[in-house]
Ligand binder design. Structure first.
Ligand SMILES: [Zn+2]
Length: 302
């Protein structure tokens, strides 16, 4: 049975409307005189540095999760759906960091969106998503982003290759700089208790130990028995400080540190860069974090 004439007419109207829209888009691009920068979205602000370093002026980058917010319990907004509807490339971490993202991508209804999983090919430990905190793994994020941008914008290939190679050198130097600073911490003091498990890969790379984690899964408060266990671990391992991030409530951190008789450091950056100028890029964030950790654990901060 053929559809009624009214729905055939409606369908024809839709086709004409779509044709008119695409015509407008082509005209709009032509009038700008040059290629339109790629619209690149990253999930967390920490990845903005990687995308900008590779993309240069061929891309425009914004992050979905605002600076200072946690990606693990982020609630996406209608504006995020609109951003993804209009974007060319989305860079996500994967490994369960952005559990809200698949639905946001579905709602964005953008079949042309290239979704890039930045942890692709990296060795995940214990399901922990925070691989970018190891600068060696960050180099792999950058290569993955480079390849994705080349695939989407082949005309920019030489620029992307050149930019990525330049930034790779920066990351190698950053890794060496951090390793040298961590080596100034007395070996017996190279232990951390952290609010959430963002430091496993950094600690493994640089010879620190994550002795304990206060919040084992996002939003789940630990019970008193677990906190007692952490206090015992802190004492047995002579842990000098508990570390947390500004986006989390300091209540539990303070309580644990007081009971264990150790200090608190509540301004580490990992899932989000900071809004202050000294922590606004990935490199500066890791430099600042390292200086903070080295100072708290009795190393030489200079
Ligand atoms: Zn995290």
């Amino acid at each position: 049975m053929s559809p009624p004439a009214s729905s055939r007419l409606a369908a024809l109207g839709l086709v004409l409307l779509l044709a008119a829209c695409s015509q407008t888009t082509i005209t709009g691009e032509q009038s700008k005189g040059g290629p339109k920068p790629l619209d690149v979205e990253v999930t967390i602000s920490t990845f903005e540095t990687f995308a900008r370093a590779v993309g240069g002026d061929r891309i425009l980058v914004t992050s979905l999760v605002p600076v200072g917010a946690s990606p693990e319990d982020y609630q996406p907004s209608p504006a995020d759906i609109e951003k993804l509807h209009a974007a060319d490339v989305l860079i996500e971490n994967g490994v369960g960091l952005e559990s809200w993202l698949a639905r946001t991508i579905d709602n964005a209804k953008n079949p042309a969106l290239d979704v890039v999983v930045a942890t692709r090919g990296l060795p995940v430990k214990d399901g922990n998503p925070h691989l970018w905190m190891d600068p060696e793994f960050a180099r792999s994020y950058v290569r993955t982003i480079r390849d994705a941008l080349i695939a989407r914008d082949p005309a920019g290939k030489s620029a992307y290759l050149r930019n990525a190679a330049g930034y790779d050198k920066d990351l190698v130097a950053l890794e060496q700089e951090i390793a040298a600073k961590i080596r100034t911490i007395p070996p017996a003091s190279r232990s951390m208790i952290v609010f959430h498990n963002a430091w496993q890969y950094y600690d493994d790379r640089f010879g620190l130990r994550t002795i304990g984690v206060i919040e084992l899964s996002p939003g789940q408060e630990p019970n008193p028995q677990y906190i007692s266990k952490l206090i015992g671990l802190a004492k047995a391992n002579h842990v000098r400080a508990v570390f947390a991030e500004p986006e989390y409530s300091p209540k539990l951190v303070d309580a644990l540190a007081q009971s264990a008789g150790i200090s608190t450091v509540e301004n580490l950056y990992d899932d989000s860069i900071g809004s202050d100028p000294h922590v606004r890029t990935y490199d500066d964030m890791l430099r600042y974090d390292t200086a903070t950790i080295v100072k708290a654990l009795g190393g030489s901060a200079t």
